[in-house]
Design a protein around this ligand. Structure first.
Ligand code: NDP
Length: 433
C-alpha cells in the first residue's frame, strides 16, 4: 500500500497556516453572515457606526452567554434526525449501483444512486406538512437557523476527526494531496480518498444529500416564514422569494438527478475527505448559499414582471451554458460525440475537446454556473452588497478550482496540455479571463 500512497510534497491553500486559517475562517464567515445580515441583528448590515459595532462584537465575544446561545439542543436533535433520515433513505430507497472511476488500486468504488429520490421524498414530506397544516408549520428551520448551523458545524468537525483517525488503519488508499505528514494540513485537506462506513461512501453521501437537500428545505422554510408574515397564504409570497426558491431548488434537483456525473469530478476522483469538504458540504452549502432567501424573509422585494423576466432570462442563460457544457464533456468522456466536436488526442491516450463549449474556454461549465449564481442574488435588489456574497465567493472558488485543475491537467497531460491551452486560451469566461 505504501507504494500506492506516496508522500505529498506540494502544499495547496498556502500549506498548514492556510489550512488552519480556512478551518477557522469558514465557520467564522458563516456566523458573521448571520450576525451581519439578519433581522435579529438589526439589518443587513446592522445600521451601527463602526466603533459601536466593534464594541458590540468585543463584548459579545467576551460574554459566555453569547457563546452558549450558539447552541440549541432541540435544533441539534432536529439536525441529527435530518441526518439519520438521509442515511435511512440512502439505505432503504431503491437505486442502481454505479461504479466510479478506476482507482490507483485498480478497483472502483460502487455508489448507490438514490440522491434524487431522497430529495423528492424529503420535499414531498415538507410540502405535505405545509399543505396539511399551513406554512406556519414549516417555519421552524428559519427560527432555529443558528442552532441548526452549530449542529451542522459539530457534525462536520466530528466527521473530519473520525475520518482522519480512521485513515491510519492499514490498507487505506490515501488522496495524493492529503498525505503530507502534517496533521493540520492532512486533517483539513482530507487524508483518505474514499472513507466509508460499510457500503456508505462518506464523501459522495455528504456531497449530495444532507447539505444540498437541506439548502432547499431551508429556502422552503424561509418562504413559509415570509408567507406567514404576509397574511399566511402561499400566494402572498413575493416574486423575488419564489425566484430564489425555484432557481436554487432547480439547481439542486438537476445536480441530484445527474448524480453519476459527480463521480468524475475532482472532489471525488482526487480529493480526500477532510474538514474542507465536510464543512463545505454540511455547513457552508446549506447555511451560506441560502442567505438570499433568509434575507428576503424580512427584507421583502417585489420585482414586478419586467425585472422578474430579466432575472429568469439570466438564470436560463447560465443554466443553458452550464448544462450543455457539462453534457458535451460527459458525452465525450463516455465515448459519444453527437455534435461531431473537434478534439486532440494526448500521448496518454485520452482526448481533449477543442471545439464547442470546451473550445470557447477551459471551464465553460464554471462560466454558466457563475451566471446562475448572479441570477440567484439579483432578486434581493441592490440595497446591500452582502446578499451578493455567494456570487463573489463562488467566483473566487471557481478561479481557485480552475487553477488547481489546470495544474493537475498540466501534470497529467504534459506538453499536450500546453498545446491545448494554446488552442483554448481563455480559462473560464470566453474573451475575458
Ligand atoms: P470539470 O467538470 O470542469 O472537470 C475538469 C476535468 O475535465 C479535467 O480535470 C479533465 O479531466 C477534463 N477536461 C478538461 N478539459 C477537457 C476537454 N477540453 N475535453 C474533455 N475533458 C476535459 O470540473 P469540476 O469537477 O470542478 O466541476 C464539475 C461541475 O461542478 C461544474 O459544472 C462546476 O461548475 C460545478 N461545481 C459547483 C460547485 C458549487 O459549489 N456549486 C463547486 C464546484 C464545482 P480528464 O481529462 O481526466 O477527464
Amino acid at each position: 500500500m505504501s507504494a500506492l500512497n506516496p508522500r505529498t510534497t506540494h502544499y495547496e491553500f498556502l500549506g498548514p497556516p492556510g489550512a488552519a486559517a480556512i478551518s477557522l475562517g469558514v465557520p467564522f464567515i458563516t456566523y458573521a453572515l448571520y450576525f451581519g445580515c439578519s433581522e435579529h441583528a438589526g439589518g443587513c448590515p446592522p445600521p451601527l457606526a463602526l466603533a459601536v459595532l466593534k464594541d458590540r462584537v468585543t463584548a459579545a465575544l467576551a460574554d459566555p452567554a453569547w457563546w452558549a446561545a450558539l447552541w440549541d439542543t432541540e435544533a441539534a436533535l432536529i439536525y441529527l434526525a435530518w441526518y439519520a433520515f438521509c442515511v435511512a433513505a440512502w439505505a432503504l430507497l431503491p437505486g442502481d449501483t454505479v461504479a466510479g472511476t478506476t482507482l490507483r488500486t485498480g478497483g472502483k468504488v460502487q455508489y448507490k444512486i438514490n440522491a434524487f429520490s431522497t430529495c423528492l421524498l424529503a420535499l414531498g414530506i415538507a410540502c405535505g406538512i405545509i399543505l396539511r397544516s399551513g406554512p406556519a408549520a414549516f417555519t421552524f428551520l428559519y427560527a432555529k437557523w443558528l442552532g441548526l448551523a452549530s449542529a451542522a458545524l459539530l457534525m462536520a468537525v466530528a466527521q473530519a476527526v473520525y475520518v482522519y483517525a480512521a485513515s491510519f488503519r492499514s490498507g487505506k488508499l490515501l488522496a495524493l494531496g492529503g498525505n503530507s505528514g502534517n496533521h493540520i494540513y492532512d486533517w483539513y485537506i482530507g487524508r483518505e480518498l474514499n472513507p466509508a462506513l460499510g457500503r456508505l461512501d462518506i464523501k459522495s453521501f455528504n456531497e449530495l444529500r444532507p447539505g444540498l437537500i437541506l439548502w432547499v428545505l431551508l429556502n422552503l422554510s424561509f418562504a413559509c416564514e415570509q408567507a406567514v408574515r404576509r397574511g399566511g397564504a402561499l400566494f402572498h409570497i413575493t416574486d423575488s422569494m419564489w425566484l430564489v426558491l425555484a432557481f436554487q431548488a432547480w439547481y439542486v434537483l438537476d445536480g441530484l438527478y445527474n448524480e453519476p456525473a459527480l463521480f468524475t469530478t475532482m472532489d471525488i476522483t482526487s480529493d480526500g475527505f477532510g474538514f474542507m469538504l465536510a464543512v463545505g458540504d454540511l455547513l457552508f452549502v446549506p447555511f451560506v448559499y441560502s442567505l438570499q432567501g433568509r434575507y428576503l424573509v424580512w427584507s421583502q422585494v417585489e420585482l414586478g414582471w419586467v425585472r422578474a423576466v430579466g432575472v429568469v432570462a439570466v438564470n436560463l442563460a447560465g443554466y443553458y451554458v452550464f448544462r450543455t457544457a457539462n453534457k458535451e464533456k460527459n458525452d465525450f468522456r463516455n465515448g459519444l460525440n453527437p455534435k461531431n466536436l473537434k478534439f486532440i488526442t494526448t500521448a496518454r491516450g485520452s482526448k481533449l475537446l477543442v471545439s464547442g463549449w470546451w473550445g470557447a474556454s477551459r471551464h465553460p461549465n464554471y462560466f454558466g454556473d457563475l451566471i446562475m449564481g448572479l441570477a440567484w442574488c439579483l432578486p434581493t435588489g441592490f440595497a446591500t452588497p452582502i446578499t451578493y456574497f455567494y456570487f463573489a465567493y463562488f467566483a473566487v472558488l471557481l478561479v481557485h478550482r480552475q487553477r488547481r485543475d489546470d495544474e493537475a491537467c498540466a501534470k497529467k497531460y504534459g506538453k499536450d496540455w500546453a498545446v491545448y491551452t494554446e488552442l483554448v486560451p481563455y480559462r473560464i469566461v470566453p474573451y475575458v479571463y
